[in-house]
Design a protein. Structure first.
Length: 330
């Protein structure tokens, strides 16, 4: 393991059983949903990676695999030099303390019958941390204030329904911070919030990676929401990462046609910087019947005949400045 990578993901796959095909087909084989289909990437200390793709591309399943909330079909996840792919419950609990998840919906994530103080101190009870009241109170207050809800006393006795959507998402983040995690997996953390609040939550995550040295995997369907907050961007399509590179590289020199299409529809205020819009034809294919060859070929605006048969090797953009598909075509 490279010592700069404290999370390494190799060949990760998750297939879900989709049952047998219908009565009128010949095959009796059980079919599978290829939700995650061979993902490789590394995460560095205090790094922010934006994981971008349309809904259904497998990014949320990938997050669940990293959290250990799903068992992978194949592949490995190594965290701080330790293989965490298959752990028992006790070992898993220990890892979960260090890798925390922030879910999309701050309304669903919080128990409406608990006060903010109870919500934030609950993870400490679950993990048997800070059993002494003074230490527990201190950690809860710090987590709340580091999440931008200060002074903490104003919020501790309130209930979720007394807070705005943005404040609730800050409480969700505080409940993750109280365990002092090393990685936050933020799954569409701003998509349910008003546009005016989104930048505040993204700025908060950007601040936490500096003040608390936390690495962030920011999962989103909207490449435009990432801005310059992320160090690197990984673009996912139908269960695979098709392109990964630094934010600047991906914005300025996208290699993969799918990335180019995503970028082309982001609104740009300066008309001189606008790209020609590429509207992808058709729907994302069914992950039960993944297309042969390059899985993007049915929708790719520059596909050639060879793309139906050959799947281009994955080459990180940062190393080659070439999309894998261009190598295939050459
Ligand atoms: Fe498009 Fe072919 Fe490249 Fe796939 S391999 S992205 S179909 S050009």
């Amino acid at each position: 393991m490279n010592k700069d990578h404290f999370l390494e993901v190799r060949g990760l796959k998750k297939y879900f059983d989709a049952g047998r095909p219908g009565l009128f087909t010949r095959s009796r084989d059980i079919r599978h949903v290829h939700a995650v289909d061979g993902v490789d990437f590394d995460l560095h200390h205090s790094e922010v990676i934006a994981l971008v793709g349309e809904s259904g591309c497998g990014k949320s399943t990938l997050a669940l695999l990293l959290m250990g909330l799903e068992d992978p079909t194949a592949g490995t996840v190594t965290f701080d030099g330790r293989d965490i792919t298959h752990l028992n419950d006790r070992q898993r609990k220990d890892v979960r303390r260090k890798i925390q998840m922030v879910f999309q919906d701050p309304y669903e994530s919080l128990n409406p019958t608990q006060t903010i103080e109870e919500i934030i101190s609950e993870p400490l009870h679950v993990h048997g941390i800070a059993k002494e009241k003074g230490e527990r109170d201190q950690r809860v207050r710090k987590a709340l204030e580091d999440s931008g809800l200060k002074p903490a006393e104003v919020y501790l006795g309130r209930y979720p329904h007394e807070l705005s959507g943005g404040q609730r998402q800050r409480v969700v983040i505080a409940a993750a911070l109280v365990l002092e995690p090393e990685i936050i997996l933020a799954d569409e953390p701003v998509s349910m919030l008003d546009v005016s609040i989104r930048a505040e939550i993204i700025n908060l995550l950007a601040e936490l990676r500096i003040t608390r040295q936390i690495a962030v995997i920011f999962i989103t369907h909207d490449l435009g929401s990432v801005g310059f907050f992320a160090d690197r961007v990984a673009v996912m399509y139908l269960g695979r990462i098709v392109e990964i590179g630094t934010m600047l590289e991906v914005l300025e020199k996208p290699g993969h046609p799918y990335t180019k299409a995503l970028l082309s529809v982001i609104p740009v205020p300066n008309p001189r910087l606008r790209r020609e819009r590429t509207i992808l034809q058709g729907e994302t294919p069914n992950p039960i019947d993944v297309p042969t060859g390059c899985r993007f070929h049915p929708r790719c605006p520059v596909a050639i005949e060879a793309c139906k048969a050959s799947d281009p090797p994955f080459v990180p953009l940062s190393k080659t400045h070439q999309a894998a598909c261009l190598l295939l075509i050459k």
